[in-house]
Design a protein. Structure first.
Length: 317
């Protein structure tokens, strides 16, 4: 049954729906317009058109920002589904041939990017010279969102992936180290246990980094973290490293970040955990609906078996 003329959706485009999602994500018409590459008046006019076609107001506009109305909050997930399904349709229709070639948007977590990207780029340039990489460094939650909204094609991050719509393949296991100042009581030990982290001078990255959550998971839950850990401590692995070098405390660090030149710097020691299981599994992620899935799985296999890989597979796996 067709809609009455007054409710016809013939004028509704996927671009209009992209504008709706941009406003929903940013909570601000100006920021949404900038993200979409259009003027704010133009985006506002298109949003009003969508609201008129749907017969309801999607957003409540105010001086403190924009938020979905109750009706808008119910409809926006449907808009996301329509846009996602349209992208799947185009991916399935066009296919990708038998090689990875052309533009490829890759996202990677910031606690890994500076230390793994040289290895990754060397491999891709040698094995897949026709790939034109566009690189994004961001936190896991943002990378996940950008992967699912088709801004990114693949992501390299710690496992597991947080969404069932994401397919994954293991690349390597990266052990953790405890970075301690040279004059710290723990510096004399050759290996540490997670119990050694129950210390008032344990420092963390700020909220949003998966390494922060992984570090907290190693601590004894019956021992409360000291008040200083309730807020941001360091915004990057390198800043955390400098703070340890300065004697501010200890920190759990990825092996790739500290195994190469820590001893030469002379300010701190990177001490392994006695248990080789303490670390993180790094994987390659892609949308489960992407028809390039076999090519991405092959790329993951190449990266995981490359003799230049930075760490071995997880013990016993």
């Amino acid at each position: 049954m067709s809609l009455p003329p007054s409710r016809s959706l013939a004028g509704l485009t996927l671009r209009d729906l992209d504008y709706v999602l941009a406003v929903s994500r940013t909570g601000h018409f100006g920021q949404a317009a900038h993200a979409c590459g259009v003027s704010q008046p133009g985006l506002s006019e298109q949003i009003r058109k969508v609201e008129a076609l749907l017969g309801c107001t999607l957003f409540e506009r105010g001086r403190r920002g924009t938020r979905p109305t109750r009706r808008g909050a119910a409809l926006i997930p449907l808009v996301e589904r329509i846009v996602r399904d349209a992208h799947v349709l185009m991916e399935q229709a066009h296919g990708t041939g038998h090689t990875l070639a052309g533009p490829l948007a890759l996202g990677i977590i910031p606690t890994l990017a500076p230390y793994y990207m040289p290895t990754l780029l060397r491999h891709i340039r040698a094995a897949h010279p026709d790939i034109a990489l566009r690189l994004t460094e961001d936190r896991t939650a943002d990378l996940t969102r950008h992967l699912l909204d088709y801004t990114l094609d693949i992501v390299i991050a710690a496992m597991p992936a947080p969404d069932p719509g994401i397919a994954t393949a293991v690349l390597f296991f990266e052990p953790f180290r405890v970075l301690v100042p040279r004059n710290h009581p723990l510096a004399a030990k050759s290996a540490l246990s997670s119990a050694d982290l129950d210390s008032a001078d344990l420092m963390l990255l700020d909220p949003g980094h998966c390494l922060r959550d992984q570090t907290v998971s190693l601590c004894d839950p019956s021992v409360p973290l000291h008040p200083g850990l309730d807020g941001p401590i360091a915004t990057s692995v390198e800043m955390l490293r400098y703070m340890v070098d300065a004697g501010e405390g200890i920190a759990v660090m990825p092996a790739l970040a500290v195994d190469t030149d820590t001893e030469a710097r002379g300010f701190s020691r990177a001490i392994p955990f006695a248990s080789p299981e303490i670390g993180r599994t790094i994987g390659l992620w892609w949308r489960a609906t992407d028809p390039r899935a076999p090519l991405f799985a092959q790329l993951a296999q190449e990266l995981g078996t490359s003799p230049k890989r930075p760490a071995s597979k997880k013990p016993g796996r």
